[in-house]
Design a binder for this molecule. Structure first.
Ligand code: SF4
Length: 325
């Protein structure tokens, strides 16, 4: 059975129960016409002032036969909780998964066990699934290194692969084979040379041409903060609970800021673009990004899917000029 997920969760448990996780965000943004899915949600009553990702997920579920959805009820956002309530009323089976407030190992273990109980996943099967996924996560860490160390993988390719690791496209074997081929070909490339190195922090941008716009401005994106977190590159050295305790996204923002500052130093970043989604509570956290990050930071906001608009382009160009200066 396909099980929809609204954010990164311990998919090892879903696979161990014999189901296929399906990241609804990825289905939304890769749809032929994501705006159409948003309009469908608005026709169903979702306010215009609701985050487009939430509406997009609802639109996806109107068009796809996915009857069971794991909603992240703790560690994501209150919009997801409200979405779960609507979906339950629509007749879907909703399974809540809640990250604890702090990355406490015991509490994470309890949350994982609760999910395993709901889905009927056996402990030995969960371990076996982790052992199957860990080597793919190691390969994704290699892809990340090819991005920031070797300059053989573009920021956009990096983002696409890392974001897809939230569910491994529902088929880890195929994902692994395609990844191996990609890495093999990437190693044959010539390194790119760019004038400016930046990191992209925040939720994955809803804008379709942000990476190509930056590329045209002689900018290399060598750090995709949240997508890298989705890929859990440290997984192989830890238990499942440890693996998800190091995942910064669901916990206090300070963990994310430390992670970004570490990347600024390690990856020699000239600046950070902090992407925020319109109507998202994480826009408030931008205050701390501005106060805490060790490199110049530009905040970009977008609401709807589509290319970079003229005003945003001007702001990016000015920022890059400052970094070059
Ligand atoms: S972008 Fe913000 S408001 Fe929208 S689903 Fe993600 S966390 Fe929630």
């Amino acid at each position: 059975m396909n099980i929809g997920i609204t954010s990164t969760i311990p998919i090892e448990v879903v696979y161990a129960a014999g189901h296929t996780p399906c990241d609804l965000n990825n289905l939304f943004i890769s749809a032929a016409d994501p705006s159409h899915l948003i309009r469908q949600a608005e026709d169903a009553g979702f306010p215009q002032t609701t985050c487009a990702w939430i509406k997009g997920i609802y639109g996806v579920l109107l068009e796809n036969k996915i009857d069971t959805i794991i909603i992240v009820s703790g560690g994501d956002c209150s919009n997801s909780i409200a979405l779960g309530e609507i979906l339950k009323h629509d007749g879907k089976r909703i399974i809540p998964f809640s990250y604890p407030l702090k990355p406490d190992l015991k509490e994470i273990e309890q949350a994982i066990n609760k999910l395993a109980g709901e889905l009927g996943a056996k402990p030995d099967k969960i371990i076996a699934c982790k052992q199957q996924l860990d080597p793919i996560r190691i390969r994704l860490a290699e892809l990340d290194e090819l991005t920031w160390q070797e300059m053989l993988v573009t920021g956009e390719e990096n983002q696409l692969h890392l974001v897809s690791s939230s569910d491994f496209n529902g088929n880890p074997e195929l994902f692994s084979t395609e990844l191996e081929n990609f890495l093999k070909n990437a190693r044959k490339r010539q390194p790119t040379k760019k004038g400016v190195r930046i990191g992209l922090a925040g939720v994955p941008p809803i804008l379709s041409k942000l990476y190509s716009t930056l590329d045209e401005l002689d900018v290399a994106v060598v750090f995709n903060e949240v997508p890298r977190q989705f890929s859990l590159p440290w997984a192989s050295q830890s238990s499942l609970a440890q693996q998800y305790s190091r995942y910064t996204y669901p916990y206090a923002v300070h963990g994310r800021l430390n992670d970004i500052n570490k990347a600024c130093k390690e990856r020699n970043l000239d600046g950070i673009i902090h992407y925020t989604q319109s109507f998202c509570f994480r826009q408030i956290e931008d205050i701390l990004f501005k106060r805490t990050l060790s490199v110049p930071t530009l905040t970009l906001e977008a609401d709807q899917p589509g290319p970079v608009d003229g005003r945003t382009l001007t702001r990016i160009e000015t920022f890059i000029e400052i970094l070059k200066g």
